[in-house]
Design a protein around this ligand. Structure first.
Ligand SMILES: C[S@@+](CC[C@H](N)C(=O)[O-])C[C@H]1O[C@@H](n2cnc3c(N)ncnc32)[C@H](O)[C@@H]1O
Ligand SMILES: [Zn+2]
Length: 242
């Protein structure tokens, strides 16, 4: 049994994670990770680095070591045409976050590339996958009962509304760095939002009993007012709100 993200889990059980950092050129990058952690701390698995700009994913092999609560992870990208693109080293330690478990640390390329802050989040029932509605979506890997927390929304808070942000008040928007970034709208959503009484950060909660494979969705019109990015809704509902 291995202790990771505050939960005891069997060795060889895949753990789904999402990593985030802002690259040196200012672009926002999300790593979809499916890792297996052996009882002796060895870590292996797959990663896909997804660019916010176009949603294109670059696959990578992940290898690393879990030492206590510290995770050292190497991502090796296929077809990198420079040393800095070929592999990146992540050095991560647990970070106190209001919602869900997280690791924070730095990402550094080989050859002295400047270190960038990096955060990694875990939502036990969720992983990132392609959505039948639009692009990438957050999908359940385990059933969730009505009323249970599905995932927490965390990230920088500012006055700017974006197509990804969650409005928590007038001129207060959270730009999610974890799974929240990939939650699609649905007119009959699987999740609703509750707000932390201290931080006002949102949490997505199951509106009904949900099965593994269902998409994590919420109704953007409940929180966002005018949407930052207009779209024609392609959710499964017969009548659409947007
Ligand atoms: C927070 S992102 C959701 C993640 C997105 N699927 C992706 O791959 O980046 C919000 C954007 O996804 C698209 N989207 C979300 N829900 C949708 C829906 N029900 N129908 C069509 N497009 C949707 C819209 O372009 C919207 O501005
Ligand atoms: Zn719809």
């Amino acid at each position: 049994m291995t202790l990771f993200f505050g939960a005891t889990r069997s060795a060889s059980e895949p753990v789904h994670l999402i990593g985030f950092h802002v690259a040196a050129d200012g672009s926002r990058l999300y790593d979809r990770l499916a890792l297996v952690i052996e009882a002796d701390g060895r870590v292996s698995g797959r990663a896909d680095r997804i660019a916010e700009r176009d949603g294109v994913a670059r696959p990578a092999e992940a290898r690393g070591l879990l030492m206590g609560a510290q995770l050292a992870l190497m991502l090796e990208f296929a077809g990198g045409n420079s040393a800095a693109e070929a592999g990146v080293m992540l050095d991560l330690a647990p970070e106190a976050r209001r919602h869900g478990a997280a690791l924070a640390g730095r990402i550094a390329g080989p050859g002295g590339t400047a270190a960038q802050p990096y955060v990694m989040a875990h939502a036990p029932a969720a992983r990132l996958d392609r959505s039948p509605t639009h692009g990438w979506g957050t999908v359940l890997v385990a059933p969730v009962s009505v009323g249970e927390t599905v995932l927490g929304i965390d990230g920088p808070v500012g006055a700017r509304q974006t197509p990804y942000s969650f409005r928590t008040d007038d001129d207060r928007h959270v730009e999610p760095t974890g799974y929240g970034h990939f939650v699609n709208h649905a007119c009959e959503p699987s999740c609703g939002i509750v707000y932390d009484s201290e931080t006002a950060l949102p949490t997505l909660v199951a509106l009904r009993d949900l099965a593994a494979g269902e998409e994590v969705t919420f109704d953007y019109t409940r929180t966002e007012g005018d949407l930052a990015g207009a779209f024609a809704c392609r959710c499964p509902a017969k009548v659409h709100k947007v």
